[in-house]
Design a protein around this ligand. Structure first.
Ligand code: CO8
Length: 264
């Protein structure tokens, strides 16, 4: 059991097969200081190696998902060489490279800002409470987004809206975020977590092994040409036939029963 200072970690769902990570640094609206991100990274490592976990939810507070990187930590950095040598914020990569389905459940009238928006976009699905706001306000403090705001955001909402967001720093509402495809769905703030847990349980009911393969293939859509991506998908599809869970899934369908996956 690890001890955490800035996050709460537990399992949720009827089968306790959904991992749950709640950011809890209220004094700074969940600004993502190094120790907090290290804790998130450790919690993700633990869920990744736990075979019983089939999906993970990353969430914040009712006020804020996260106000981004910690400006008070960044302000005193003296020079380029220091930030380069320290591989500044490289532990954030763990979120993007996590192999199981990862859902961002974002609540909070205050914000999903800057680095907060970027870590939400590193997740596989974003669900929002109706009061949430999404923005990339880095430009207002003399920097540009550094963890996907100029890359994942245009892929999610298209060039014009992304440019508007990164150049003005103005946030968009949860409904706009849904309209532009940044979030999968919007729920009333109080229903958000129960709804997201329901979705996560649905995902976790599938073979955890094959779910990771499905995630890996879908992510290739953003990395490859269509021809390469289709080829990768086909090979990945073929490889599901090397798993026990493929046979179990198909037999359960034919025998009209629930599959009992072994993740092998
Ligand atoms: N860092 C540090 N502290 C913060 C941050 C932050 N990002 N955001 C808020 N806080 C602190 C405030 O300083 C304040 O502390 P105190 O009470 O001690 O003064 C407390 O949280 C509450 O904040 P506010 O009083 O400002 O709360 P409001 O509800 O009035 O406003 C806002 C909410 C609009 C979200 C406002 O806090 C805000 O604009 N925050 C800054 C947002 C921002 O510009 N973030 C950019 C961070 S840069 C970034 O994320 C780049 C990522 C690069 C990744 C690179 C990876 C390699």
């Amino acid at each position: 059991e690890r001890k955490y200072k800035y996050i709460h970690v537990r399992t949720v769902g009827k089968g306790s097969n959904v991992g749950y990570i709640e950011l809890d640094r209220p004094s700074a609206l969940n600004a993502l200081c190094d120790p907090l991100m290290l804790e998130v990274s450790n919690a993700l490592d633990d869920f990744e190696s736990d075979d019983s976990i089939g999906c993970v939810i990353l969430t914040g507070s009712n006020k804020a998902f996260s106000a981004g990187a910690d400006i008070k930590q960044m302000a005193p950095v003296a020079k380029y060489a220091d930030i380069y040598k320290a591989k500044f914020l490289s532990q954030w990569d763990k979120i993007a490279s996590f192999r199981k389905p990862l859902i961002a459940a974002v609540n909070g009238y205050a914000n999903v800002m800057a680095g907060g928006c970027e870590i939400a976009m590193m997740c596989d699905i974003i669900y929002a409470g109706d009061t949430a706001k999404f923005g990339q306000p880095e430009i207002k403090i003399g920097i540009i987004p550094g963890a996907g705001g100029t890359q994942r955001l245009p892929r999610a909402v298209g060039k014009s809206k992304a440019m508007e967001m990164v150049l003005t720093g103005d946030p968009i509402t949860a409904d706009e975020a849904k309209q532009y495809g940044l979030v999968a769905d919007v729920f009333s703030a109080k229903d958000l977590l129960p709804k997201v847990i329901e979705k996560a349980e649905k995902i976790a009911a599938n073979s955890h092994l094959v779910t990771s393969m499905c995630k890996e293939a879908t992510n290739k859509a953003f990395e490859m040409t269509l021809a390469e991506g289709l080829h990768f998908e086909k090979r990945m599809f073929h490889s599901t036939f090397a798993t026990d869970d493929r046979l179990e899934g198909m037999m359960a369908f034919i025998e009209k029963r629930k599959p009992n996956y072994s993740n092998e």
